[in-house]
Design a protein around this ligand. Sequence first.
Ligand code: ADP
Length: 414
Amino acid sequence: MKRVLLLLPTTGYRNNDFLAAAKKLGVEIVAAANYCHQLAPSWGLAPIMALHFDQPEQAADTVLREMNGIPDAVLAVDDSGVELAAVLSERLGLPGNRAEAVRRVRDKLAFRRLLKEREFECPGFHHLPSGEDPRKLLGELKFPVVVKARRLSASRGVIRADDPEALARAVSWVRAIQARADRDAETLGLVVEEFIPGREYALEGGLHQGKLTTLALFDKPDPLDGPYFEETLYVTPSRLPQALQDCIHQEVARACRAAKLVSGPVHAEVRVNDQGIWILEVAARSIGGLCGRALTHLLGMSLEEFILRQGVAEPVPLLPAAGEDAAAGVMMIPIPRRGIYRGLDGLAAAQSVPGVTGVAITVEPGQIIAPPPDGASYLGFIFSRAASPADAEAALRVAHGRLRFDIRRAHAAL
Ligand code: ADP
């Protein structure tokens, strides 16, 4: 029986999907998690259930000390664990991406430097160290700009600024967000870069021995012009001309080679405009939240099963998407405002929209929620299948229109 060391984040959306896939495949899972190191021992959990994913070298020492035998693979459920998974694979002599490569693509400043050096389309960018006055950059900036935390995801800590006053506000706000999220925020500083106009697309793929396979290219039909960048709709197949889709694949493949990513899942975000294809991000992980469920029909299995099979080197036949319902969509249900979630109405009505294949509400009653740039979660996910991408998109919009969320004001300090 194959054994996989799986890095499970406490707040992960997909832990259960990975565990179900492992059960189906007959793969033994050795669980490692990032439960609080003070609480986990009192719950009787082993030290590998209380790892600091954000301190990969130290966490890897703990795993190597505590684990019996060498697993066939080390996999991370989401972004928070990818660097630790790479450090462990390297130290255990398992195939996979080098830790240095994963670290570089997770750091928005290091990744921009790489893109510029390799002559990709790349917005002008600057590093703004902690404590430095953003007015110092004014002589070099062309507004609008985007202010970003270095290592956060799901558009947390990303704000557009159109003038010097908005830049000052955005910098203070993003600094505060990063300070709450990253223990080494002080040493990181921020990235300030030119805003790239255009439409956005997401490529979901997999690398095997350095070769990229595109599993799906998603259109993001809602404009993402800021000042905050909450994700909503993903629809596949893309409605872009095939030649342009091929160019996006080539450009992402070239970025993976430049970044020295060679295996495992890849999720890339690109913008397209008259000047060309701009790579916003290449991540050594699969698509976030529950969005991967939109690919089940295309893969003939869950995305988690696909990743596990690839991880333990089992052959994975790729079935071409065909038939009547070849188009699929997913909506990450946006959080309309900060507050305390109390409940919702209209679930059955949303589920009954033709083409809608499921509505998963992931927020819990009583939970404090906030949209980006502060928050990094969603109310839930709506899934659709249809004959065309336009129909898959329309079904999501109709279903969303039927949901009524009860969100109460939270105390300002929350
Ligand atoms: P994250 O890793 O949190 O998703 P990104 O750097 O990908 O952070 O930015 C999140 C979103 O913000 C992007 O999907 C895009 O919509 C927008 N964005 C980021 N950088 C730029 C930019 N330079 N120009 C235009 N939009 C941007």
